[in-house]
Design a protein. Structure first.
Length: 160
């Protein structure tokens, strides 16, 4: 699943001057819904890691966490002047929804999808690609670390 998601640039357009940034993002929940979190790793055009993002989201669904991971990557890109972004995710549902292949039927996901669409349109070029879980290992590790941290903090609060 490659190609320019929004058609901002013509097919065969020149490589952007700054090159493509690549973000691997993942979200998960333990139970659906359950304790949730996301993780993301962003690399510059030279393949150097420029950011690692993660957050515990409380009790949410897996798909909610996937979208929050995407939104965090888009927010980081916009805040840091990135103009060309390729996002890699193991969520086939989210990738297909962002590309317009699937409709967003879940009313809880619709506002997240709309926000992601709006943010992505602010970039010069944006692509989304699907990968298998093995292609997203570090983002998955960060998502799990966020869930671990959030669950540990929740356990501490309950013990007091």
């Amino acid at each position: 699943m490659t190609g320019n998601l929004f058609g901002n640039k013509a097919i065969g357009a020149k490589q952007p001057a700054g090159g493509w940034f690549t973000a691997h993002c993942d979200g998960g929940s333990r139970g659906n819904p359950g304790p949730a979190g996301y993780g993301a790793v962003i690399e510059d055009s030279e393949g150097q890691v420029v950011a690692r993002l993660s957050e515990y989201l409380g009790r949410q669904t897996n798909n909610y966490a996937e979208y929050k991971g995407l939104l965090s990557v888009l927010a980081w890109a916009l805040a840091n002047g990135v103009r060309t972004l390729r996002v890699v995710s193991d969520s086939e549902l989210m990738v297909r929804q962002m590309k317009g292949i699937y409709k967003v039927k879940n009313p809880g996901l619709r506002p997240l999808w709309e926000e992601a669409q709006q943010m992505a349109r602010r970039l010069d070029s944006f692509e989304m690609r699907h990968t298998l879980r093995e292609g997203n290992k570090e983002a998955d590790r960060l998502a799990n670390a966020a869930m671990d941290s959030g669950q540990a903090n929740a356990a501490k609060v309950e013990r007091r």
